[in-house]
Design a protein around this ligand. Sequence first.
Ligand SMILES: [Mg+2]
Length: 259
Amino acid sequence: MRLIRELTKKDIKNIKLVCFDCDGVTVPEGTYIRESQGELIVRTATLNDRIAEKLQRLKKHFFLVFSSGRSLLYVTRMYEKILWDNVALQAEIGLFTLYQGQVFQLGEFDSHFLEKSTRIKQAIRSLSQTNSNILGFEPKQFLVTVHCQEEDSAITDLVRKYDPEQEYYCLWSGEAYDIGPKVFNKGAGLKFLVNKMGLSMANVLAVGNDPNDREMVEGAGIGITTDPESVIKGADFVTEKKFEQGGEEVIDRLLEIIH
Ligand SMILES: [Mg+2]
């Protein structure tokens, strides 16, 4: 893995699209979720003005994609400052893409997946009545995201119980478990968009940090991780933690070398 400062103009000569993860990469990590008796409180960060201004400059040179585990409504709110030209948004770990005023879905969430996800969610909901570690579910269309104070093997055990075929991932993000079918991931979502645009993954530079970014970063022409300790072992470059959001370092380097 090379350091981001070693990225050259020659390395990016085929890059047309730059895809960023959201939490911890372009916006501060963390969603505050509390759910009780039919009431739901959600608080989340948005893009800061400094990064927004840099992204405005970057999108004059590259098409930009922001890929998140969040719901599409939330991702739209988070990136409001830099919409809409030359930008696409991806939500719920690659499942939904908002591109040129249309929402596309990566694949059918058929009755098998709908029923399995519902069974898992109901089991976690009934567990939450006796387990105070569970804080609540983040509102999403298909992805099951359950916020917890800390990692909890009771959740992973439940997913294993209701998914004996092991079709689902259950990824801990530091604040929540994301639970959904493995066939829908950020890498597959990005490939879907890239094909739609008439490009290939060789034209993509992707930046991530969490386990859910692995397919996206490893599948891109240039893959960058902002966390050297992360599970993304196949990344080509790593940032040096100059900023709280590692994505900003990538933006700075790209702006530096395109001029
Ligand atoms: Mg992240």
